[in-house]
Ligand binder design. Structure first.
Ligand SMILES: CC(C)(COP(=O)(O)OP(=O)(O)OC[C@H]1O[C@@H](n2cnc3c(N)ncnc32)[C@H](O)[C@@H]1OP(=O)(O)O)[C@@H](O)C(=O)NCCC(=O)NCCS
Length: 184
């Protein structure tokens, strides 16, 4: 399978907040932003894999600032790392006041996609190669983030999370205190 540079997976999306996109306070609805984030990250995942992808998880979404009506919303995404059939994509969101030209960071998040065949079954994807220091840092961190989300989803046990062990010093003792449903 052909590997891609992280930069080849870059996607950019620019939107304007229209009245139908807002809540009662006149700010962008979170669900609308999540939709835009899902669309752009899927484009990055498909640029990396050249496959149909489905969203399997979304994590670390935090809305730090409200985005007012009329703002321009700028979304940028890149694949940070691929695994077997899954790909982690980071999206960064900023917004611009067209009146003043001021740009502010809004939020960022990680989306995980799985490449699937025509029957919806997972299929392997190629690697992405980080080139810059920030890309390399995100590539390294992706291993721990994957373990964390698989642990929280109950798909792995604490003692299988080797990368997290290195960070948090998790030892065998903690696996006796898994949250409910972690034993699957
Ligand atoms: C995504 C899907 C195909 C995975 O099927 P599955 O039977 O769990 O497949 P597997 O157990 O082989 O896992 C496939 C990959 O998904 C990853 N995965 C599964 N659940 C995950 C989760 N909660 N978080 C992160 N990754 C997850 C696995 O780690 C694996 O990755 P890898 O191949 O890189 O190691 C299946 O869950 C699905 O079709 N979900 C619905 C997708 C969808 O409709 N999305 C739109 C939502 S509205």
């Amino acid at each position: 399978m052909k590997s891609k540079k992280v930069s080849e997976t870059y996607a950019l999306k620019t939107e304007i907040v229209l009245p139908n996109d807002t809540n009662n306070l006149g700010n962008l609805m979170g669900g609308k932003l999540l939709h835009w984030m899902d669309v752009i990250t899927a484009i990055s995942a498909q640029r990396a894999s050249n496959r149909t992808v489905v969203t399997v998880s979304v994590d670390f979404v935090e809305f730090k600032k409200s985005i007012p009506l009329g703002s321009v919303v700028i979304l940028e995404s890149r694949v940070t790392r691929t695994f077997n059939s899954s790909l982690e994509v980071r999206v960064d969101v900023a917004f611009e006041n067209l009146g003043t030209g001021e740009k502010q960071s809004s939020n960022s998040a990680y989306y995980t996609f799985v490449a699937v065949d025509q029957s919806g079954r997972p299929i392997p994807v190629g690697n992405v190669e980080p080139e810059t220091d920030p890309e390399k840092e995100l590539y390294q961190g992706a291993l721990q983030r994957r373990e964390l989300r698989l642990l929280l989803a109950g798909r792995i046990k604490a003692d299988q999370a080797k990368g997290l062990k290195e960070i948090f010093g998790i030892d065998q003792g903690i696996s006796g205190h898994r949250p409910q449903g972690m034993d699957k």
